[in-house]
Design a protein around this ligand. Structure first.
Ligand SMILES: NC(=O)c1ccc[n+]([C@@H]2O[C@H](COP(=O)([O-])OP(=O)(O)OC[C@H]3O[C@@H](n4cnc5c(N)ncnc54)[C@H](OP(=O)(O)O)[C@@H]3O)[C@@H](O)[C@H]2O)c1
Length: 252
């Protein structure tokens, strides 16, 4: 087991990539605190980890609210005593041409994808430093690297995450904190239900598979395994790096 005696805080840990990461880290011996807005998926994820013999707890927190972000970091420390790992995974998506972008959409996505992530990082750093170091993984997106039509807001937030990864990696290297980033391609998670009409979902996913050289969407557990690598000792010489995990989409 690669994460024995480590405590991890995973935002958005009740579903999709965050849930898969919580299950994976707990199976590797970590004590896992998951955060999100909806209580039910968090409760279910914690119950699943407990059934598997792992340690986990949850905190309801809206990452658009800086105070609640801070409280989630405190919750991890008070539940488990330490904090060694932060996975900044919580995120929302939305796609529309720039001429149709509204201030509400801009505020909504940036407040979670950028502000929440930045402040979670800020609040976690002293706790990680106290342990003599630690690891932060940011979940960005292929849309943060490559221009995707109608992604002016989402792509902006995810490009910001890539750049912030490098800035924070530089600023915290002297504290033995490593900061890396994963840019997933199309991963089969509930996120698509939030912005694609139900009647278009099957056709959209068929086109995602067609666009991807490996001809399938990725699985959340495949992203979790990359996150595990980044936070484990296997990657102790890696910081400020960006892993693209997309079935070859970036070279298509
Ligand atoms: N799936 C993909 O193809 C893909 C590709 C590239 C990047 N990503 C990124 O991967 C990350 C995880 O997404 P996913 O695909 O796993 O989708 P998901 O299942 O919808 O997960 C998103 C998670 O973020 C949480 N979240 C959203 N807003 C929040 C807020 N204000 N405060 C706290 N938690 C919040 C959600 O929980 P609540 O709703 O309960 O708050 C949910 O658990 C996101 O950052 C996304 O941009 C996904």
């Amino acid at each position: 087991m690669k994460l024995v005696n480590k405590t991890a805080l995973i935002s958005g840990g009740g579903s999709g990539i965050g849930k898969a990461t919580a299950l994976c880290f707990a199976a590797e011996g970590a004590r896992v605190m998951i955060a999100g807005r909806r209580k039910d998926p968090l409760v279910e994820t914690v119950a699943e980890i407990h059934r598997n013999g792992g340690q986990a707890a949850y905190v309801v927190a809206d990452y658009a609210r800086v105070k609640q972000v801070e409280e989630s970091v405190d919750a991890a420390r008070s539940a488990f005593g330490t904090l060694d790992i932060l996975v900044n995974n919580a995120g929302v998506a939305g796609f529309r041409p720039i001429l149709e972008v509204t201030e509400e959409e801009y505020e909504y996505q940036t407040s979670i994808n950028l502000k929440g992530l930045l402040f979670a990082t800020k609040f976690a750093i002293p706790a990680l430093a106290e342990q003599g170091g630690g690891s932060i993984v940011n979940i960005s997106s292929g849309a943060g690297l490559k221009a995707v039509p109608a992604s002016s807001v989402y792509g902006l937030t995810k490009a910001g995450v890539v750049h912030l990864t490098k800035i924070v990696a530089l600023e915290t290297a002297n504290m033995n904190i490593r900061v890396n980033c994963i840019c997933p391609g199309f991963i089969e998670t509930p996120i698509f239900d939030t912005f694609i009409p139900k009647e278009d979902l099957a056709a959209s996913k068929a086109s995602f598979r067609e666009m991807t050289p490996l001809k399938r969407m990725g699985r959340a557990d495949e992203v979790a395994k990359a996150a595990l690598y980044l936070v484990s000792e296997d990657a102790e010489w890696m910081t400020g790096n960006v892993i693209t995990l997309d079935g070859g989409l970036n070279i298509a």
